[in-house]
Design a protein around this ligand. Structure first.
Ligand code: TNX
Length: 504
C-alpha cells in the first residue's frame, strides 16, 4: 500500500488495508458547522461535487473532542469504507484535519475516493508564519486574503505584514493621519502605492482569524523609515548615502534617496529616525498604541533590521525604548535579530533570525541573546526560506543576495534545531517564510515565488524534526509536493513548475 501524500508531513500516518471511502454528491457531513463548510468548499473546488447534491455514500463526521486533553491544534483522521471521522483537539486542530483531508482526496477512474488511513497529527512549533512585504509593493485586501487561504491550507497560523518601509507607509492611523496622506502613494519602480484603511485591516484580521491565523503587524524602525520623513520631517535624519548604497544603486538602478521626496529604489540602510528626540518616542507610542488596540494577536513587530545609518550606541537606545513601549502595552515585542545586540531589550522580546542556515558574522550570537533573556526565536533563514529569492531556471522575478538562486531542495534541506548554535526546540517559537516584494507586483507573482517553496517552510514549522520521521527527507517531500499539483491547480494557485519536483 502506498502512503497517501500529505504536506506538511503528519506526525503519524498509517495506511489501512480496507477499501477506500467513496465521495459522492451529497455525502453527508455532520458535526461542526464551520469545519463542514470549510471541507465542503475544498471538496467542491477539487472534485466539482456539490455537498448539497443528493445520493449518499457514507458519512463524514467532524467534531472537536479532547476529553483526554489533546495537544493544541492537533487532530486525528480515521478513514474506512463506511466513514470519515476527523476529531480536532480544538477548532484549529479540526480545521487542520480538514486541510489534510482535502489533500487525501484522489481520483479513481470517474469517482473520487479517500484512501483508508489513520492519521494522528500535531504541530512541532507553536508559531508557523508567512510574511508579506506590502511596503515595497502594495498588495490589496483580496490578495492578502488569498495568501491567508494558501498559507492556512499548509497549517501556517501567523501572517506577518511588513507594513512600512522606506518606499511607503501602508496602514492608516488616526493618531498620525499624515502617514498615509503623504507617504503611501508610491512603491518600488515608480509603481502605484496604496494603504489599508483601519476597516481594511480589521477585515484582514477577521479573515485570518477565520482561518486560525493571527496577524503580526510590523512597523520597521529605526531604519527603513524614509516614508516617515515625508509625513513628519522633524522625526527623520537626513538620508545617509554610503559607498555600500552607491553600489546597490549601481546594481539595481534607481535614484539616490532625497529628504522630502518619495523613494522608489531598492537600496536599504540610508534612513533613521532621530534617536535623541522625545518626539520620536511619542511617535512610537502613538503608532504601537493604536496598532495594539487593532490587533488581537499577542505580537507587535518593531523591525530593527539593517539600521545601517544609525550608530550602534543609538540603535541600543532605540531598541531599549521601543521594546519597552510595546511591552508596556501588554504586547510581546518582536524584532529582527540585529536587535539582540542591544544591552537592555525588553526580556519578552521574540527575535526573528534572518541570517543563513549557517550563521555568519555574529548573527547567531545576536539571535541567541533573545533566548538567553528567556524569550524565543522565530527562524527565517534567508538562504533557505526567503521566498523572494530567484529560482534556478525560473522566472526573472526575485533577488539573489541570500546565496540565491534558491532551489526547492535548499528551501527544504535544513533543520531548525541546527541553525543557531545552542538553541534547540525549547528556544524556538517557530518558523516563518518571508516574501519581500521589491520585484513582486501581483498576486500571480506571489504564487509563483511562494509555491512550491512555501511548503518546505510549512514542513519545517509543522512536521517532526529531521531524523524523527521517515517522511522528513527530500526524496519523500518532492514526491508529496508533486502530488499537490492538481489540488493547487484546482485552488487557483499558479505555482512555479520546478523541474526538481515530479508533478502529478
Ligand atoms: C533584507 S531581511 C531585508 C529587506 C529586503 C530583503 C530582500 C531583512 C530583515 N531585511 O529589507 O527586502 O533583504 O530580500
Amino acid at each position: 500500500m502506498s502512503l497517501p501524500a500529505v504536506v506538511p508531513a503528519p506526525a503519524a500516518i498509517q495506511p489501512e488495508t480496507g477499501a477506500p471511502f467513496r465521495l459522492g454528491a451529497g455525502t453527508p457531513m455532520t458535526g461542526d458547522a464551520d469545519a463542514a463548510a470549510a471541507l465542503a468548499a475544498i471538496v467542491e473546488v477539487r472534485t466539482g461535487l456539490s455537498p448539497a447534491g443528493s445520493g449518499r455514500e457514507g458519512a463524514i463526521e467532524l467534531r472537536v473532542d479532547a476529553p483526554g486533553g489533546g495537544e493544541p491544534e492537533s487532530y486525528r483522521i480515521a478513514v474506512d469504507e463506511a466513514s470519515v471521522v476527523i476529531t480536532g483537539a480544538d477548532a484549529a486542530g479540526l480545521f487542520y484535519g480538514v486541510q489534510t483531508l482535502g489533500q487525501l482526496i484522489a481520483r479513481d477512474g470517474d469517482a473520487w475516493i479517500i484512501p483508508a488511513v489513520t492519521i494522528d497529527d500535531a504541530p512541532r512549533f507553536a508559531y508557523r508564519g508567512v510574511m508579506l512585504d506590502v511596503a515595497r509593493h502594495f498588495h490589496d485586501v483580496a490578495t492578502v486574503k488569498g495568501y491567508i487561504d494558501r498559507a492556512a491550507s499548509l497549517k501556517m497560523n501567523a501572517l506577518h505584514l511588513h507594513l512600512t518601509d522606506d518606499q511607503g507607509w501602508r496602514i492608516q492611523l488616526d493618531s498620525r493621519p499624515a502617514l498615509t496622506e503623504r507617504a503611501s502613494g508610491t512603491a518600488v519602480g515608480g509603481d502605484p502605492g496604496g494603504f489599508y484603511t483601519k476597516a481594511d485591516y480589521r477585515e484582514i484580521v477577521e479573515y485570518a482569524a477565520s482561518r486560525h491565523m493571527i496577524v503580526v503587524p510590523e512597523i520597521d524602525m529605526p531604519g527603513h523609515t524614509h516614508a516617515v520623513g515625508l509625513a513628519y520631517p522633524e522625526l527623520a535624519e537626513t538620508p545617509v548615502i554610503s559607498d555600500h548604497m552607491r553600489d546597490i544603486i549601481r546594481d539595481y538602478g534607481g535614484d539616490e534617496p532625497r529628504a522630502g521626496a518619495p523613494y522608489d529604489g531598492m537600496a536599504v540602510g540610508f534612513s533613521s529616525l532621530k534617536i535623541h528626540d522625545e518626539a520620536t518616542y511619542d511617535f512610537v507610542a502613538d503608532v504601537f498604541g493604536e496598532l495594539a488596540a487593532m490587533t488581537p494577536g499577542p505580537y507587535l513587530h518593531f523591525g530593527g533590521d539593517e539600521s545601517l545609518s544609525t550608530s550602534d550606541e543609538d540603535f541600543d537606545v532605540f531598541v531599549t525604548r521601543a521594546s519597552a513601549i510595546i511591552a508596556d502595552l501588554g504586547k510581546t515585542p518582536v524584532a529582527w535579530h540585529e536587535a539582540g545586540s542591544a544591552s537592555q531589550i525588553a526580556d519578552t522580546t521574540i527575535g526573528q533570525y534572518w541570517g543563513f542556515v549557517t550563521p555568519q558574522e555574529g548573527a547567531g550570537e545576536k539571535a541567541r541573546r533573545f533566548v538567553d533573556n528567556g524569550a524565543q526565536l522565530i527562524l527565517s533563514p534567508a538562504d533557505a526560506i526567503y521566498l523572494d529569492m530567484k529560482y534556478p531556471n525560473g522566472p526573472a522575478l526575485g533577488l539573489t543576495w541570500a546565496n540565491g538562486p534558491t532551489s526547492v531542495e535548499r528551501a527544504y534541506a535544513w533543520e531548525p534545531s541546527d541553525v543557531v548554535p545552542g538553541v534547540d526546540d525549547s528556544g524556538i517559537l517557530g518558523v516563518e517564510a518571508p516574501l519581500w516584494t521589491e520585484t513582486v507586483r501581483t498576486a500571480a507573482d506571489i504564487d509563483t515565488m511562494a509555491f512550491p517553496r512555501i511548503a518546505a517552510a510549512a514542513e519545517a514549522a509543522w512536521s517532526p524534526a529531521t531524523g524523527e520521521s521517515d517522511l522528513r527527507t527530500w526524496s519523500s517531500f518532492r514526491q508529496r509536493v508533486g502530488a499537490m499539483g492538481p489540488l493547487w491547480t484546482s485552488m487557483g494557485i499558479g505555482f512555479h513548475p520546478s523541474d526538481e519536483i515530479p508533478w502529478a
